[in-house]
Design a protein around this ligand. Structure first.
Ligand code: FRU
Length: 476
């Protein structure tokens, strides 16, 4: 197998060191540094028994790879150390994860029993508790699946710990179960905190719950969700519910869900709270339905750029982590008119694959605005197309060099009723993240177009005044 040359990696996104990664886990601060773990299979570029890879950062742009934090090395987690979260405590850095135990049932069929376990460490080395698993499948209420009971999100409130777990009900619904503990070792069931009500997917994976701008937010990644309009097309989706807990704190009262990211490649996001109070999200920049990895890569899987969260008019806003601004370099700008008759235009210095690009255009006389990204000028290119009349932005990687018959385009509504529309586009070797409407609408996609394809071209129907500001991102 050909190996990827050093330096061929993304510059400011977490990638698998070697092998496979999925889901961010244990995103947390410990002793003043930010830690990120993730689902990890070191032995191939496919999913397998899960380990926890471990990264540490001081600025969320440059990530240091640390030794693997956990391996599936106990009878109760031999099937894998599945997703979970982390918390700084007086006892150390607590990792709470799903221990998958392999069993054979009375009919000889192999089964996975999912229970919750804890490891405690010093930020580098972690030890699993002797009393694991701390939440066993016997502690599930009647009618809750033992095979789909996972992804604990832990937090502390007052002097109690809480954890929210993903579960499937007997009727096949996604639900989030709330447990509580005083000492991390003894847990008790509190309530079915929220459930899909037959509307939002068959199993809720990776729940997260946190306060945000005076409200409370529940995020889940529902499997098997039916598409509606331009929303929920990924099969495995990630949705946000804004709301509030009931006065007893047992149930979540919420508004209708919204898609967190409209791209093909986004799943299982997790958040943490930075010491300065910012709520920061990171997601797996791939998806179960659509996953791909070039044959000559020895690694598969990336995370999104960390994103600062806020609420505006009750909607989630995502903005790339502000620390990225310090890594901007090689500024190039272009301002001018663009008309249909000009065809495709390329502008001095506006090119590259490691970019922070802001594009603003006037809307009054423009019907369609198009960009070719990661273009080699002879057919390999990814299109970003804005239909200003319909207010629909489409990212299309059909010609990105992909050799698999996967889904290649996604669209989302954006607000084109203003005089000017602004798009911020982050590109990093093999990914594109588009932030529209000041972070109200976001889409992420991976592209494995050869890295030499670094041209960017612009065209339109009608006429527009365009302002482009480009920075290269130096990253690692
Ligand atoms: C989500 C997920 C989690 C599980 C993990 C296994 O992508 O299916 O529910 O813990 O991946 O790797």
């Amino acid at each position: 197998m050909v190996k990827q040359a050093a330096g061929a990696r993304p510059a400011f996104h977490v990638t698998a060191p070697v092998g496979w990664i999925n889901d961010p886990n244990g995103f947390s601060w410990y002793e003043g540094k930010c830690h990120l773990f993730c689902q990890y299979h070191p032995y191939s570029t496919q999913w397998g028994p899960m380990y926890w890879a471990h990264y540490r950062t001081e600025d969320m742009v440059r990530w240091e790879l640390l030794p693997c934090a956990m391996a599936p090395d106990e009878a109760y987690d031999a099937g894998g150390c599945f997703s979970g979260s982390a918390l700084e405590t007086e006892a150390g850095h607590v990792l709470m994860y799903t221990a998958v135990m392999l069993e054979t049932d009375a009919d000889g069929r192999s089964r996975m029993r999912q229970q919750q376990a804890i490891a405690i460490g010093d930020g580098e080395t972690y030890h699993k508790l002797a009393g694991n698993p701390v939440i066993t499948s016997d502690m599930l209420p009647e009618g809750c699946s033992r095979e789909d009971f996972r992804d604990p999100k832990i937090w502390k409130e007052g002097d109690r710990y809480y954890a929210l777990m993903a579960n499937r009900s007997a009727t096949g619904e996604g639900q989030a179960l709330l447990y509580t503990s005083e000492d991390l070792e003894h847990w008790s069931f509190v309530s079915v905190f929220d459930h899909s009500g037959g509307q939002y997917g068959g199993m809720w994976e990776c729940p997260d719950f946190f306060p945000l701008d005076g409200a409370e937010v529940l995020m889940v990644s529902p499997q098997f969700m039916e598409a509606q309009g331009l929303e929920f097309h990924n099969g495995n989706n990630s949705v946000v519910f804004v709301g509030k807990r009931d006065p007893e704190g047992k149930h979540f009262l919420r508004q209708t869900p919204e898609q967190i990211d409209y791209g093909t490649d986004f799943y299982a996001p997790q958040t943490t709270c930075a010491p300065d109070g910012r709520r920061i999200l990171i997601g797996w920049m791939q998806n179960w339905e659509n996953r791909m990895c070039p044959d000559d890569f020895d690694w598969c899987g990336m995370m999104t750029v960390p994103r600062e969260l806020s609420l505006r008019d009750g909607h989630l806003i995502q903005t790339p982590i502000r620390e990225l601004l310090q890594y901007r370099t090689d500024k190039a700008e272009h301002r001018g008119d663009l008309r249909a008759a000009d065809g495709w235009q390329e502008w001095d210095g506006i090119c590259g694959r490691f970019l922070d690009l802001t594009v603003s255009l006037t809307t009054a006389d423009c019907d369609i605005f198009r960009m070719k990204l990661a273009s080699d000028g002879s057919g390999k290119e990814t299109f970003l197309i804005l239909d200003l009349k319909k207010g629909i932005l489409t990212l299309d990687r059909t010609y990105s060099g992909m050799k698999l018959d996967l889904i290649t385009a996604r669209s989302m509504y954006i607000d084109t009723r203003r005089e000017q529309v602004t798009l911020r586009i982050l590109m990093d070797a093999y990914s594109i993240e588009v932030f529209a409407d000041c972070g109200r609408n976001v889409m992420s996609m991976v592209i494995y177009t050869p890295r030499e394809a670094d041209r960017i071209a612009f065209s339109c129907e009608g006429a527009t005044e365009v302002a482009v500001e480009k920075y290269a991102i130096r990253g690692k």
